[in-house]
Each structure stands twice: as C-alpha cells, then as structure tokens.
Design a protein around this ligand. Sequence first.
Ligand code: LLP
Length: 439
Amino acid sequence: MANVWSSGVTFHENELQLSGMPAHKLARDFGTPTFFIDEVDFRERALAWGEALNESFGDRAGHVYYAGKAFVCVEVAKWIAECGIGLDVCTGGELAVAIAANFPASKIQVHGNNKSVAEITKAIEIGVGTIVVDSLVEISRVAEAARKHGKVQAILLRLTPGIEAHTHESIATAHEDVKFGFSIASGAAWTAVLAARSHPEIELRGFHGHIGSQILSMDAFAVSADRLIELMGKFRDEFGAQLPELDLGGGYGISYLPEDEPLLPQDVLPYLANAVKTSCATYGLDIPRISIEPGRAIVGPAMFTLYEVGTTKNVVLESGANRNYISIDGGMSDNIRPALYGAEYITVLANRTSSAPLIASRVVGKHCETGDIIIRDIQLPADIAPGDLLAVPATGAYGRSMASNYNHVPRPPVVALLHGKARVILRRETEADLLGLDV
Ligand code: LLP
C-alpha cells in the first residue's frame, strides 16, 4: 500500500498534523478550504528527480524541467530554482510567474500549442533556453522574433510518436489525432525538421515527446523514446550530424489511492537510461542529452486540501440503502479532476478520531451541480458533523492550477509548511477580487 500523504503528515493526538501543526490550528489560522503544501516534501521530490537524472545519465543528463502547469506561483518557482532544476512554462502567464521569480532564463523551456507572437517575443527577449515548437506556423514566428532580436533560438520539435498511454482518454496526448505536435507516422515531423533547418535564426537541437499524464506503468515511455530516437537516426543519416538533445516529457503517475503504486524517480530514470541506451545502439547513435518534465510527481503528493464540513444529509437510495452526503466548503471549483476525469481521491477526518461505525458516504462540494463530487464512494464515520475537518491528500497537481471561480467562489490560498512554521504563499481570493473585474 502506497502512502498518499506527504512526508510531513502524521496522525497523532487524535489529529492530522502537518509539520507538527494540527489540523484544527491550520483551519483556525488560515480558514478553509485551503491547500497546504509541505515544502520539505516538495523540495525532496524535486531534488530526487534531478539526482536520479544525473545518476542515470551522467554527462548525458540534460534538465529536469518542472512542469509549472501542475502548480506554480512565484514562491514555488523560487524553490524550483533553488533545487537547481529547470521550469517548463506553457503560457505567457506561466512565463510571467517565472520572470517575477527571477527564474534563470536559460533553464526555462517554453511549451504550448498556440504560442502567440507576443509570448514568443517575450520568451526570446528574456533569453529562454529552449522553445518546444508545436506547429509550422510557430517555426516562422520563432524565426521572425529571433531575427528581430538578432538571436539564434534553440528549439526542440514536439513530436507525437503515436502512443496511447494507459490513462484516462482526455489526458493522453500522443495519439495521432491530437492537437499537439508533429506526427512521426504521417511524415509531418520530417516536414517540420526541414522547415526548422531552413531558418538560420533557429537552432534545431532535438526532439520532444510527451505521451500522457498519471501513467503508472513504464513501458509506454520506452516505446515513445524508441520512436523519437529512430527519427534522430534518420536525421543523422540524412544530414551527417546527430541532434544533441531529447526530451521525454512528463506524465509519471502518483498515488491518489493507497493501491496506486507511484512511478518513482529511482525506478523511472534507470529504466529510461536503459531504454535510451538500447535504442541508441539499435540506430547507431551516441546517447543524446536527456531531459524530462515531471509536474504531478513533484507537487501532487506534496499538498493536501483541508475542508470544513458544512452540512450532512442522509439520502435513501432506491435499493433501500442509505448514503450520507457530506457537503464541504469547496468542491469542483478547487478540484475539477473528479468531475472532469472521474479521478478518485480518499479523505480522512482530520480534526479528531471517531469510533462511530463507518457508513457509505459521498463527499460533495457547494456548487450548483449534481456532478460536484469530490469523492463518489467512501466509507466514513457516521458521526461526521458540521464543523468537522476533512483532509484530501495528493491535491497538489492540477488542483489549485485548474481552480475556477464557478458560482463566484473565491479560489483557496496555498499555505506552505516548513519546520513547524506556516506561511501563505498564495493568498485567498476575496469577493473584492472577484467584484474588481466588474466594470
Ligand atoms: N510536459 C508536457 C508537454 C505536458 O503537456 C505535461 C502535462 C507535462 C509535461 C507534465 O505532466 P505530469 O508530469 O504533470 O503528468 N489536468 C490533467 C493533466 C494534464 C497534463 C497536461 N500536460 C490532470 O489533472 O490529470
């Protein structure tokens, strides 16, 4: 059984504690709902991915780029810089966070399937290390912006190797019929290679592939790497020189439920190193510099959400059975993943222990939608009552970053815990913030 909590979470004195701070104090000091991030755990994971890449690839190690889309704010971007790893941004907004954090530009990699001229120009202006190009239109945009700035911009081409990773349909990104990248099978990838080479303002450094997210088995990564490396072989055969870089993307799965066995850096990187070595031997290539882009695997397990129970209601089902509906003070606006992907979570009573019998329960939000469910089916103590606190683990990735203001609910804050001290790193939105947009 995997641990779904960050390393700083303990259960003692009848309460959930983070970094020694009990849940009732966290709720009293910061309100609910709130995302609590375990800074020690976050940094340990970021460092572990960096170290595993270096250990497995030695002088062929490129960068670990933390995928900011999972969750980023200025403070977290600073932690990432301090951990010595890079940052993947995919919009002007994420780039603005990196700039505000003084993130070293050479370690920023820019993604996105529709980067505007303004976004590309900004990226080139500040000197980002790499732009991962996603369309032919973009190749011209990058060349034009680089020319205006008198620069040569390093790029990777995002390729779709035609892998259907074992994950939810809507978060698998490398089928052929997707908006991302250039398909290898159709020849689009080769057309992009030729287009990139036609611009002196562009330095084509290699290929990029990302095959999906929350992937819990490693085999798809090896197949993807092999297809990308095969094309690198074709490039070498055609042009006599080898492309120096390969980025294998992110997607490493975490434990949302105790039965989910996560993909850990100490297992993933040796596996990738072996796969890359084998493919390079097959196509007669030197091992390129390898980069990866984990997002969820760094921030996901490092956060939990703390909610307060507002109401409970017994609903009698058609079968005659009962279900306890427990309404919490957040919902689909701070965690859209169950509604959007059918994602599953667990929760625990965080402010006390209970010896009441466990009963069939459903944890629901406060939004005006039947589908506003955080946990569809779970056994929870029958005496859970208004004022109790529920903690939901592993909400760090794509929780706050995908939060909305649906029903004019202000988005929750993020509070960081380090060595027994708590501080707000992203404040709670207020009704004034929301009304501030009305003209
Ligand atoms: N690199 C690229 C090019 C990506 O598109 C993504 C995620 C990542 C890296 C990071 O993937 P990760 O290691 O975090 O799995 N909202 C969905 C996930 C969408 C992932 C989008 N791309 C969810 O909540 O499951």
